[in-house]
Design a protein around this ligand. Structure first.
Ligand code: GDP
Ligand code: MG
Length: 734
């Protein structure tokens, strides 16, 4: 404790209410960052009380203090290195037998702890009576009952934490969890080995180190590397470990964890009473149906179906409104600003580009609201539970990966951020890497466009087939990655089923906003910049020669037309069939000229040059060069594939010209798009690349090298798949 400044760390299992307590304590005065070097979220806040300045750090949710996951290591390093004055250990009072496991490890580390017995309201309604005072005495720390959600007990908690920090708590007592004689023997052997170097004891509790070494904790072994007596310590650790394993015929971790659980169950026997009038545990009853062997899965499917229905049907109305709004805004600005490049950039580039993405906001909001609702009520945990076995079989995935995959159908960005609920880094990276195969809503416009033209009758089935193919590749890739990169078994874990809660509107909205604002921020920035860049690439360098050339051609055409039309009218009469034919022929010719001009101009812009460069690569897949360009720009965001095609094939607003829609243009024979090419193209769009924003998020969450890997992996998969599909189909005569 320096100058009345107290540092408090909040430690607890996921879902024990840490963040709620943190918020109740710090209110709005908090900042969010990542722990240095890893992508685990770090929340810090400051609070003033009784003349103290108190810094509170919300540590990641963990089940134990071993080193199975980065979260555990982060929490542990915080306790060792930053030397907090007190740890507030938040536990779910209704699940003490499991939650206290972490507490036993905190005791072992020698941390100064104050226990927050949170969710005491739920514990009581389950019929539990907890003798807080006795529990505190047994654990050697003050225990405070809290209901964080209603800010009950928060003041007492902080007061109690301050007494611990000031070393005047009457409950604080140094405690040893006693292991049996054999184990204690080995612990002291290692301990005396460590003692031969006093420096170590200044930083760590030597008893804790010895226990960790018995449990073969690689992180600890690493930490000791720099001490001169490293080899002796490690050897002693190894010897003791072998000895115990021989004696008990079991691995040391299991033996020790059994003993910790034994300690807990002993402590709880003395401090908890269940009332005779045990309330029916409603959650258990609901679970009888929702995670039933036969009913669970169909119920889950129904919920998912509902979620998507809501997202897409309900989202449609505000989507239309925004679409109209964006259009109006574009027109307005076009009229206000003086005509010229700047005007074009704002209206075509920025409003066109960003507007195209903003349109999806309502869908995203609704999707996230639904997901927040499922999470807050506790249903998502059941979904993960139900899916766990299936996910395991399909791709060696964790049940919790299911949620990010579902979100991925909406947008891969928040989905990748949602993988933060996975405790284990390997599982996380795996889920992140396969997520872009989930067909996100940005790909839908491409499907809709091409199915509308080439597969009118069977559009639904065709689109469904793409979704399924995406899922197939997700699971296939999971298998491959698991085999090549993540061979080791994942950490043991408990699939928790927290009790159902009635979700409050406020928390749902808050959670929804949390996700959506992250999405908006990232999307807004990236798409904005990309839109400007694409616009510039598609506009420059200008080619006045082409302009001049076509101007002369068109002038010539118009002249010859105006001469001939007079003759024609004289000969056949105004409005006669021949004159009309002539007019039509003229219009078509003019349109063709304009199109050719556009094509030639684009070929000379940067985008055209890029398109030309990649054309040889995509030609074997049956695509034309315009498709190649749209795929290039679609790298930024897949919606842009459609808008680029629109730009490339859009003729002109010239009223003299026959209006030709994008659909009709794409159908023209000269562009060579057959149904087979169209399907291959959709397949490519599905697989080829995570969009730019996704890549950026992947590199933030998993590291740049994984992001680059993901990029090349998907490109390769897409190309090979499409090449094989297209060419075998051709051979088979489709
Ligand atoms: P964390 O994972 O430990 O940060 O847990 P959160 O703070 O996110 O809380 C998990 C859930 O428990 C949220 O839905 C909270 O609203 C709820 N919660 C937190 N404290 C209490 C409490 O004291 N009583 C009840 N009934 N619910 C709580
Ligand atoms: Mg939290």
């Amino acid at each position: 404790m320096k100058n009345n400044e107290i540092v408090i760390g909040l430690v607890g299992n996921p879902n024990s209410g840490k963040t709620t307590i943190f918020n109740a304590l710090t209110g709005a005065r908090q900042k969010v960052a990542n722990w240095s070097g890893v992508t685990v979220e770090k929340r810090e806040g400051v609070l003033k009380q009784n003349g103290h300045t108190i810094k509170i750090v919300d540590l990641p949710g963990i089940y134990s203090l071993s080193s199975y996951s980065i979260e555990e290591i982060v929490a542990r390093n915080f306790i060792i290195n930053e030397n907090p004055d007190v740890i507030i250990n938040v536990v779910d009072a209704g699940n003490l037998d499991r939650n206290l496991y972490l507490t036993t490890q905190l005791i072992e580390m020698g941390a100064k702890v104050c226990l927050a017995l949170n969710m005491i309201d739920e514990a009581k309604s389950k019929g539990l009576i907890i003798k807080t005072d006795i529990l505190g005495t047994l654990l050697g720390m003050p225990v405070v009952e809290t209901v964080a959600r209603k800010s009950i007990g928060i003041k007492e908690l902080i007061d109690s934490a301050i007494t611990v920090a000031e070393k005047r708590s009457q409950k604080t007592r140094h405690l040893h969890l006693d292991y049996s004689h054999d184990i204690e023997n080995e612990i002291s052997k290692i301990q005396s080995c460590i003692w031969s170097n006093h420096l170590i004891g200044e930083k760590y509790s030597t008893r804790w180190l010895s226990i960790r070494l018995l449990e073969n904790d690689n992180d600890i072994i690493d930490k000791l590397k720099d001490y001169p007596n490293y080899n002796e310590i490690i050897n002693q650790g190894l010897q003791s470990r072998r000895l115990l394993e021989k004696k008990f015929n079991d691995d040391v971790e299991t033996i020790l964890s059994d003993m910790r659980y034994g300690f807990i169950s002993g402590a709880l026997k003395e401090s908890i009473k269940k009332t005779a009038l045990k309330r029916i545990d409603i959650s258990k009853h609901i679970d009888k149906i929702t995670i039933n062997k036969f009913l669970g899965f169909p119920i889950l499917l129904i919920f998912m179906w509902l979620l998507f229905q809501l997202t897409f049907t309900l989202g449609e109305y505000p989507m239309r409104l925004i679409e109209i709004g964006v259009e109006k805004l574009g027109l307005l600005i076009e009229n206000i600003l003086p005509a010229g490049s700047f005007n074009d950039m704002i209206t075509d580039g920025i409003i066109g580009g960003v507007g195209g993405v903003i349109i999806f906001l309502p869908n995203i909001l609704i999707l996230f609201m639904g997901i927040s609702f499922m999470e807050d009520t506790g249903y998502m945990a059941r979904a993960a539970f139900i899916m766990d076995k299936i996910m395991h079989k399909m791709g060696g995935l964790h049940g919790k990966s299911f949620i990010p995959l579902v979100i991925g159908f909406g947008c891969n960005l928040p989905a990748i951020m949602a993988t933060r609920t996975l405790e284990n880094r390997r599982d996380r990276i795996l889920s992140i890497l396969i997520n872009p195969f989930m067909s996100c809503s940005a790909r839908l416009p491409v499907y809709v466009l091409f199915c509308g033209i080439f597969f009118k009758e069977s559009a639904g089935n065709i689109i469904l087939s793409l979704y399924l193919i995406g899922m197939f590749f997700a699971f296939l890739s999971a298998r491959l990655f698991k085999y090549f990169f993540f061979k080791e078994e994942s950490a043991p874990f408990v699939m928790e089923l927290p009790p159902y809660r009635i979700a409050t509107f406020k928390t749902i909205i808050l959670h929804m906003w949390d996700r959506s604002s992250q999405y908006l921020k990232k999307m807004g920035g990236i798409i904005l910049i990309a839109s400007i860049i694409i616009w510039i690439l598609g506009e420059y360098p200008k080619s006045p020669e082409i302009n001049a050339k076509y101007n002369t051609l068109i002038n010539e055409l118009e002249e010859s037309y105006s001469i001939h039309i007079k003759d024609m009218e004289k000969e056949f009469g105004q409005g006669s069939e021949q004159v009309n034919m002539f007019l039509l022929q003229y219009k078509t010719e003019k349109q063709n000229l304009l199109l050719k001009e556009k094509e030639e101009k684009i070929r000379h812009t940067f985008i055209g040059i890029i398109g030309g460069l990649i054309y040889p690569v995509i030609k074997p897949l049956g695509f034309n060069w315009q498709m190649g360009i749209s795929l290039t720009t679609g790298f930024v965001a897949k919606e842009i594939v459609v808008s680029t095609l629109g730009v490339l094939f859009h003729t002109s607003e010239d009223p003299e010209i026959i209006e030709t829609s994008l659909e009709e243009m794409l159908k023209r024979e000269e562009y060579g798009i057959t149904p087979l090419v169209a399907y291959t193209f959709m397949l490519f769009v599905l697989l080829y690349i995570p969009c730019l924003a996704t890549i950026i998020v992947i590199s933030k969450e998993a590291g740049l090298s994984w992001a680059l890997f993901s990029l090349f992996y998907q490109l390769t998969i897409a190309w090979i798949t499409c090449f094989l599909f297209y060419n075998t189909s051709l051979l088979l005569g489709f």
